[in-house]
Design a protein. Structure first.
Length: 360
Protein backbone atom coordinates (compact mmCIF):
# COMPACT_ATOMS: atom_id res chain seq x y z
CA UNK A 1 0.00 0.00 0.00
CA UNK A 2 2.81 2.39 0.88
CA UNK A 3 4.41 1.75 -2.52
CA UNK A 4 1.13 2.71 -4.22
CA UNK A 5 1.07 5.98 -2.31
CA UNK A 6 4.68 6.65 -3.31
CA UNK A 7 3.90 6.10 -7.00
CA UNK A 8 0.84 8.35 -6.79
CA UNK A 9 2.92 11.11 -5.20
CA UNK A 10 5.32 10.97 -8.13
CA UNK A 11 2.40 11.62 -10.46
CA UNK A 12 1.07 14.36 -8.17
CA UNK A 13 4.38 16.21 -8.47
CA UNK A 14 4.16 16.12 -12.26
CA UNK A 15 0.64 17.57 -12.18
CA UNK A 16 1.34 20.15 -9.47
CA UNK A 17 -1.10 18.61 -6.98
CA UNK A 18 -0.44 18.87 -3.25
CA UNK A 19 -3.40 16.74 -2.05
CA UNK A 20 -5.18 13.97 -3.95
CA UNK A 21 -8.59 12.68 -2.86
CA UNK A 22 -9.53 9.21 -4.02
CA UNK A 23 -13.19 8.31 -3.75
CA UNK A 24 -13.23 5.35 -6.15
CA UNK A 25 -10.01 3.65 -5.05
CA UNK A 26 -10.24 3.74 -1.26
CA UNK A 27 -9.49 0.05 -0.94
CA UNK A 28 -6.57 0.29 -3.35
CA UNK A 29 -4.81 2.88 -1.20
CA UNK A 30 -6.08 2.03 2.28
CA UNK A 31 -6.62 -1.73 2.27
CA UNK A 32 -10.23 -1.34 3.36
CA UNK A 33 -13.47 -0.77 1.47
CA UNK A 34 -15.02 0.76 4.59
CA UNK A 35 -13.81 4.23 3.66
CA UNK A 36 -15.63 6.85 1.64
CA UNK A 37 -12.49 8.78 0.67
CA UNK A 38 -8.77 8.78 1.27
CA UNK A 39 -6.74 11.99 1.25
CA UNK A 40 -3.13 11.60 0.16
CA UNK A 41 -0.96 14.68 0.71
CA UNK A 42 2.27 15.20 -1.15
CA UNK A 43 3.95 15.22 2.24
CA UNK A 44 2.62 13.81 5.47
CA UNK A 45 0.37 10.92 6.38
CA UNK A 46 -2.78 9.92 4.46
CA UNK A 47 -6.20 10.38 6.06
CA UNK A 48 -9.02 7.86 5.67
CA UNK A 49 -12.57 9.22 5.84
CA UNK A 50 -15.51 6.95 6.64
CA UNK A 51 -18.99 7.03 8.13
CA UNK A 52 -19.32 6.44 11.86
CA UNK A 53 -20.96 3.10 11.07
CA UNK A 54 -17.74 1.88 9.45
CA UNK A 55 -15.19 3.46 11.81
CA UNK A 56 -14.20 0.33 13.71
CA UNK A 57 -13.93 -1.80 10.56
CA UNK A 58 -11.89 0.85 8.76
CA UNK A 59 -9.51 1.16 11.68
CA UNK A 60 -9.14 -2.61 11.91
CA UNK A 61 -8.59 -3.26 8.19
CA UNK A 62 -6.56 -0.26 7.04
CA UNK A 63 -2.85 0.41 7.47
CA UNK A 64 -3.66 4.14 7.64
CA UNK A 65 -3.48 5.32 11.24
CA UNK A 66 -5.42 8.57 10.80
CA UNK A 67 -9.03 7.37 10.41
CA UNK A 68 -11.76 9.98 10.83
CA UNK A 69 -15.50 9.36 10.79
CA UNK A 70 -18.38 11.71 10.05
CA UNK A 71 -21.85 11.67 11.53
CA UNK A 72 -24.86 13.78 10.63
CA UNK A 73 -26.10 14.02 14.20
CA UNK A 74 -24.64 14.27 17.69
CA UNK A 75 -24.70 11.27 20.02
CA UNK A 76 -22.51 9.82 22.77
CA UNK A 77 -19.26 8.26 21.57
CA UNK A 78 -17.68 4.94 22.44
CA UNK A 79 -14.12 4.99 23.83
CA UNK A 80 -11.58 5.45 21.07
CA UNK A 81 -14.02 6.69 18.43
CA UNK A 82 -12.78 9.61 16.37
CA UNK A 83 -16.05 11.01 15.08
CA UNK A 84 -16.72 14.50 13.76
CA UNK A 85 -20.31 15.68 13.75
CA UNK A 86 -20.04 17.05 10.25
CA UNK A 87 -21.32 16.31 6.77
CA UNK A 88 -18.78 14.33 4.71
CA UNK A 89 -17.81 17.29 2.53
CA UNK A 90 -17.37 19.46 5.63
CA UNK A 91 -14.99 16.92 7.13
CA UNK A 92 -13.10 16.74 3.83
CA UNK A 93 -12.86 20.53 3.79
CA UNK A 94 -11.52 20.55 7.36
CA UNK A 95 -8.86 18.02 6.39
CA UNK A 96 -7.83 20.01 3.31
CA UNK A 97 -7.53 23.13 5.45
CA UNK A 98 -5.42 21.24 8.00
CA UNK A 99 -3.15 19.98 5.21
CA UNK A 100 -2.79 23.46 3.73
CA UNK A 101 -4.08 22.30 0.36
CA UNK A 102 -3.97 24.70 -2.57
CA UNK A 103 -4.10 22.37 -5.57
CA UNK A 104 -6.46 19.41 -5.09
CA UNK A 105 -6.78 16.47 -7.45
CA UNK A 106 -9.50 13.83 -7.28
CA UNK A 107 -10.75 10.83 -9.22
CA UNK A 108 -14.37 9.83 -9.82
CA UNK A 109 -16.65 11.42 -7.23
CA UNK A 110 -20.36 12.15 -6.84
CA UNK A 111 -20.95 15.59 -8.42
CA UNK A 112 -22.91 16.81 -5.41
CA UNK A 113 -19.97 16.03 -3.10
CA UNK A 114 -17.50 17.86 -5.34
CA UNK A 115 -19.84 20.85 -5.66
CA UNK A 116 -20.33 21.04 -1.88
CA UNK A 117 -16.60 20.64 -1.27
CA UNK A 118 -15.78 23.46 -3.65
CA UNK A 119 -18.15 25.72 -1.73
CA UNK A 120 -16.74 24.64 1.65
CA UNK A 121 -13.04 25.01 0.87
CA UNK A 122 -11.44 27.32 -1.66
CA UNK A 123 -8.69 25.69 -3.72
CA UNK A 124 -7.88 24.71 -7.26
CA UNK A 125 -9.68 21.45 -8.05
CA UNK A 126 -8.82 19.11 -10.92
CA UNK A 127 -10.49 15.84 -11.84
CA UNK A 128 -7.64 13.44 -12.63
CA UNK A 129 -8.97 9.84 -12.67
CA UNK A 130 -6.22 8.61 -14.99
CA UNK A 131 -3.58 9.16 -12.29
CA UNK A 132 -5.01 6.22 -10.37
CA UNK A 133 -6.14 4.23 -13.42
CA UNK A 134 -2.55 4.12 -14.67
CA UNK A 135 -1.43 2.64 -11.35
CA UNK A 136 -4.26 0.13 -11.04
CA UNK A 137 -3.99 -1.24 -14.58
CA UNK A 138 -0.65 -2.96 -13.93
CA UNK A 139 -0.94 -5.47 -11.10
CA UNK A 140 1.71 -6.22 -8.48
CA UNK A 141 2.86 -9.75 -7.69
CA UNK A 142 0.60 -9.79 -4.62
CA UNK A 143 -2.38 -8.65 -6.67
CA UNK A 144 -1.74 -11.34 -9.27
CA UNK A 145 -1.66 -14.04 -6.60
CA UNK A 146 -4.99 -12.85 -5.27
CA UNK A 147 -6.52 -12.67 -8.74
CA UNK A 148 -5.40 -16.20 -9.57
CA UNK A 149 -7.40 -17.35 -6.56
CA UNK A 150 -10.43 -15.28 -7.60
CA UNK A 151 -10.22 -16.80 -11.09
CA UNK A 152 -9.95 -20.32 -9.69
CA UNK A 153 -13.11 -19.73 -7.67
CA UNK A 154 -14.94 -18.66 -10.83
CA UNK A 155 -13.81 -21.89 -12.50
CA UNK A 156 -15.28 -23.77 -9.53
CA UNK A 157 -18.65 -22.15 -10.23
CA UNK A 158 -18.47 -22.89 -13.95
CA UNK A 159 -17.50 -26.49 -13.31
CA UNK A 160 -20.57 -26.89 -11.12
CA UNK A 161 -22.74 -25.60 -13.97
CA UNK A 162 -21.28 -28.16 -16.35
CA UNK A 163 -21.93 -30.97 -13.87
CA UNK A 164 -25.64 -30.32 -13.43
CA UNK A 165 -26.68 -28.72 -16.73
CA UNK A 166 -29.48 -30.79 -18.25
CA UNK A 167 -32.95 -30.34 -19.77
CA UNK A 168 -35.53 -29.29 -17.19
CA UNK A 169 -33.30 -27.37 -14.80
CA UNK A 170 -34.01 -23.64 -14.55
CA UNK A 171 -31.66 -20.72 -15.14
CA UNK A 172 -32.16 -19.63 -11.53
CA UNK A 173 -31.28 -23.06 -10.20
CA UNK A 174 -28.08 -23.10 -12.26
CA UNK A 175 -27.10 -19.63 -11.03
CA UNK A 176 -27.78 -20.60 -7.41
CA UNK A 177 -25.68 -23.76 -7.68
CA UNK A 178 -22.74 -21.87 -9.20
CA UNK A 179 -22.87 -19.13 -6.57
CA UNK A 180 -23.12 -21.68 -3.77
CA UNK A 181 -20.10 -23.58 -5.11
CA UNK A 182 -18.02 -20.40 -5.26
CA UNK A 183 -19.07 -19.37 -1.75
CA UNK A 184 -18.23 -22.75 -0.27
CA UNK A 185 -14.81 -22.60 -1.92
CA UNK A 186 -14.03 -19.22 -0.35
CA UNK A 187 -15.49 -16.38 -2.43
CA UNK A 188 -16.72 -13.18 -0.77
CA UNK A 189 -19.72 -12.99 -3.09
CA UNK A 190 -20.45 -12.48 -6.76
CA UNK A 191 -18.69 -9.70 -8.66
CA UNK A 192 -21.89 -9.08 -10.67
CA UNK A 193 -25.33 -10.74 -10.96
CA UNK A 194 -24.71 -14.20 -12.40
CA UNK A 195 -25.90 -14.46 -16.00
CA UNK A 196 -27.51 -17.73 -17.06
CA UNK A 197 -29.23 -17.05 -20.38
CA UNK A 198 -30.85 -19.82 -22.39
CA UNK A 199 -32.93 -19.91 -25.56
CA UNK A 200 -34.20 -16.49 -26.56
CA UNK A 201 -32.65 -15.02 -23.41
CA UNK A 202 -29.22 -15.80 -24.85
CA UNK A 203 -29.72 -13.04 -27.43
CA UNK A 204 -29.41 -10.52 -24.57
CA UNK A 205 -25.77 -9.84 -23.62
CA UNK A 206 -26.71 -8.89 -20.05
CA UNK A 207 -29.69 -11.15 -19.44
CA UNK A 208 -30.59 -12.05 -15.88
CA UNK A 209 -31.33 -15.60 -14.77
CA UNK A 210 -35.04 -16.41 -14.92
CA UNK A 211 -37.38 -19.31 -14.18
CA UNK A 212 -37.02 -20.52 -17.77
CA UNK A 213 -36.12 -24.20 -17.91
CA UNK A 214 -33.51 -25.65 -20.24
CA UNK A 215 -34.98 -27.36 -23.30
CA UNK A 216 -33.86 -30.67 -24.83
CA UNK A 217 -32.07 -28.71 -27.55
CA UNK A 218 -30.86 -25.38 -26.23
CA UNK A 219 -28.03 -22.90 -25.90
CA UNK A 220 -26.97 -21.61 -22.47
CA UNK A 221 -24.68 -18.62 -21.94
CA UNK A 222 -23.18 -18.53 -18.44
CA UNK A 223 -21.26 -15.43 -17.33
CA UNK A 224 -20.13 -15.47 -13.71
CA UNK A 225 -17.52 -14.16 -11.34
CA UNK A 226 -16.78 -13.55 -7.70
CA UNK A 227 -14.65 -11.54 -5.29
CA UNK A 228 -11.70 -12.85 -3.32
CA UNK A 229 -9.98 -10.46 -0.91
CA UNK A 230 -11.56 -7.58 -2.81
CA UNK A 231 -10.45 -8.65 -6.29
CA UNK A 232 -12.91 -9.68 -8.99
CA UNK A 233 -13.05 -12.54 -11.45
CA UNK A 234 -15.12 -12.83 -14.63
CA UNK A 235 -15.54 -15.66 -17.14
CA UNK A 236 -18.10 -16.85 -19.67
CA UNK A 237 -18.85 -20.18 -21.30
CA UNK A 238 -21.57 -21.13 -23.78
CA UNK A 239 -23.02 -24.63 -23.61
CA UNK A 240 -25.04 -26.37 -26.32
CA UNK A 241 -27.56 -28.83 -24.90
CA UNK A 242 -28.60 -31.61 -27.25
CA UNK A 243 -27.56 -31.55 -30.89
CA UNK A 244 -27.68 -28.41 -33.06
CA UNK A 245 -25.10 -27.86 -35.76
CA UNK A 246 -26.11 -24.21 -36.19
CA UNK A 247 -25.61 -23.45 -32.50
CA UNK A 248 -22.37 -25.42 -32.39
CA UNK A 249 -21.06 -23.44 -35.37
CA UNK A 250 -22.00 -20.19 -33.64
CA UNK A 251 -20.08 -21.17 -30.50
CA UNK A 252 -17.15 -22.37 -32.60
CA UNK A 253 -16.98 -19.02 -34.42
CA UNK A 254 -16.86 -17.13 -31.12
CA UNK A 255 -14.11 -19.37 -29.78
CA UNK A 256 -12.07 -18.92 -32.94
CA UNK A 257 -12.54 -15.14 -32.63
CA UNK A 258 -11.20 -15.31 -29.09
CA UNK A 259 -8.17 -17.28 -30.23
CA UNK A 260 -7.50 -14.68 -32.93
CA UNK A 261 -7.57 -11.89 -30.33
CA UNK A 262 -5.44 -13.77 -27.82
CA UNK A 263 -2.87 -14.31 -30.53
CA UNK A 264 -2.13 -10.57 -30.39
CA UNK A 265 -2.07 -10.18 -26.60
CA UNK A 266 1.40 -9.19 -25.41
CA UNK A 267 3.25 -6.24 -23.91
CA UNK A 268 3.03 -3.27 -26.28
CA UNK A 269 -0.01 -4.48 -28.25
CA UNK A 270 -2.68 -1.91 -29.02
CA UNK A 271 -5.98 -2.78 -27.34
CA UNK A 272 -7.95 -1.83 -30.45
CA UNK A 273 -5.89 -4.28 -32.53
CA UNK A 274 -6.82 -7.11 -30.17
CA UNK A 275 -10.46 -6.13 -30.64
CA UNK A 276 -10.09 -5.88 -34.42
CA UNK A 277 -8.69 -9.41 -34.66
CA UNK A 278 -11.89 -10.88 -33.23
CA UNK A 279 -14.11 -8.81 -35.52
CA UNK A 280 -12.08 -9.83 -38.55
CA UNK A 281 -12.42 -13.51 -37.67
CA UNK A 282 -16.18 -13.18 -37.19
CA UNK A 283 -16.52 -11.75 -40.70
CA UNK A 284 -18.81 -9.17 -42.30
CA UNK A 285 -21.90 -11.40 -42.34
CA UNK A 286 -21.95 -11.84 -38.56
CA UNK A 287 -20.46 -8.47 -37.59
CA UNK A 288 -23.90 -6.83 -37.03
CA UNK A 289 -24.43 -9.35 -34.21
CA UNK A 290 -21.19 -8.39 -32.44
CA UNK A 291 -22.65 -5.93 -29.94
CA UNK A 292 -19.85 -5.04 -27.52
CA UNK A 293 -16.13 -4.61 -27.08
CA UNK A 294 -13.86 -7.63 -27.00
CA UNK A 295 -12.73 -7.23 -23.41
CA UNK A 296 -11.74 -5.07 -20.48
CA UNK A 297 -9.35 -4.75 -17.60
CA UNK A 298 -10.29 -6.30 -14.28
CA UNK A 299 -9.07 -5.92 -10.71
CA UNK A 300 -10.76 -4.40 -7.68
CA UNK A 301 -13.59 -3.56 -10.08
CA UNK A 302 -14.94 -6.10 -12.51
CA UNK A 303 -14.69 -3.52 -15.31
CA UNK A 304 -11.56 -1.37 -15.35
CA UNK A 305 -9.29 0.15 -17.99
CA UNK A 306 -8.03 -0.81 -20.46
CA UNK A 307 -10.96 -1.28 -22.81
CA UNK A 308 -10.56 -3.62 -25.77
CA UNK A 309 -12.75 -1.85 -28.31
CA UNK A 310 -12.50 -0.10 -31.70
CA UNK A 311 -12.19 3.30 -29.99
CA UNK A 312 -9.56 2.29 -27.44
CA UNK A 313 -6.33 4.30 -27.34
CA UNK A 314 -4.68 2.14 -24.71
CA UNK A 315 -1.65 -0.11 -25.03
CA UNK A 316 -1.35 -3.41 -23.18
CA UNK A 317 1.43 -3.67 -20.61
CA UNK A 318 3.01 -6.61 -18.87
CA UNK A 319 1.19 -7.27 -15.60
CA UNK A 320 -2.23 -6.12 -16.77
CA UNK A 321 -5.10 -8.52 -16.21
CA UNK A 322 -7.70 -8.37 -18.96
CA UNK A 323 -10.68 -10.35 -20.18
CA UNK A 324 -11.09 -11.39 -23.81
CA UNK A 325 -14.76 -12.03 -24.55
CA UNK A 326 -16.05 -11.94 -28.14
CA UNK A 327 -19.77 -12.57 -28.45
CA UNK A 328 -22.47 -12.97 -31.09
CA UNK A 329 -26.19 -12.49 -30.44
CA UNK A 330 -28.33 -13.72 -33.32
CA UNK A 331 -32.06 -13.19 -32.89
CA UNK A 332 -33.95 -16.32 -33.85
CA UNK A 333 -30.91 -18.56 -33.36
CA UNK A 334 -29.14 -17.81 -30.10
CA UNK A 335 -26.28 -16.04 -28.39
CA UNK A 336 -22.74 -17.17 -27.71
CA UNK A 337 -19.90 -15.64 -25.70
CA UNK A 338 -16.57 -17.07 -24.56
CA UNK A 339 -14.60 -15.12 -21.97
CA UNK A 340 -11.33 -15.70 -20.19
CA UNK A 341 -9.15 -13.71 -17.82
CA UNK A 342 -5.49 -13.54 -18.84
CA UNK A 343 -2.33 -11.87 -17.55
CA UNK A 344 -0.44 -9.88 -20.18
CA UNK A 345 3.16 -11.08 -20.49
CA UNK A 346 6.20 -9.81 -22.38
CA UNK A 347 5.49 -12.01 -25.38
CA UNK A 348 2.04 -13.44 -24.84
CA UNK A 349 -0.29 -14.15 -21.95
CA UNK A 350 -1.00 -16.49 -19.06
CA UNK A 351 -4.60 -17.79 -18.83
CA UNK A 352 -6.24 -17.58 -15.41
CA UNK A 353 -9.66 -19.12 -16.08
CA UNK A 354 -8.67 -22.54 -17.37
CA UNK A 355 -11.79 -24.59 -18.00
CA UNK A 356 -11.86 -26.43 -21.29
CA UNK A 357 -9.63 -24.42 -23.56
CA UNK A 358 -8.58 -20.96 -22.37
CA UNK A 359 -7.84 -19.59 -25.81
CA UNK A 360 -4.92 -21.92 -26.47
Amino acid sequence: MIERVRKLREKMKVHGIDVFISFRSCRYFSGSDAGKAVLIPLRGDPILICSRLEFERARRESWIEDVRAFSGWRSPLMPGERVFFRQPWELLADCLDELGARAVGYDSAPPEIVHALRRSFRAGYRRLPKLVDELRMVKSADELRTMRRAAALAVTGMRRISEILSPGISELELAAEAEHAMRRAGSEGTSFPTIVASGENSWLPHARATERRIARVDVVVVDLGCYFRGYASDMTRTFVVGSSRRLERLVSTVREAQKASLGLVRDGARAKDVDAAARKRVGKRLLPFYLHGTGHGIGLDVHEPPSLSPSSREVLRRGMVITVEPGLYVRGLGGARWEDMVVVEEDGFIPLTVFGEAGR
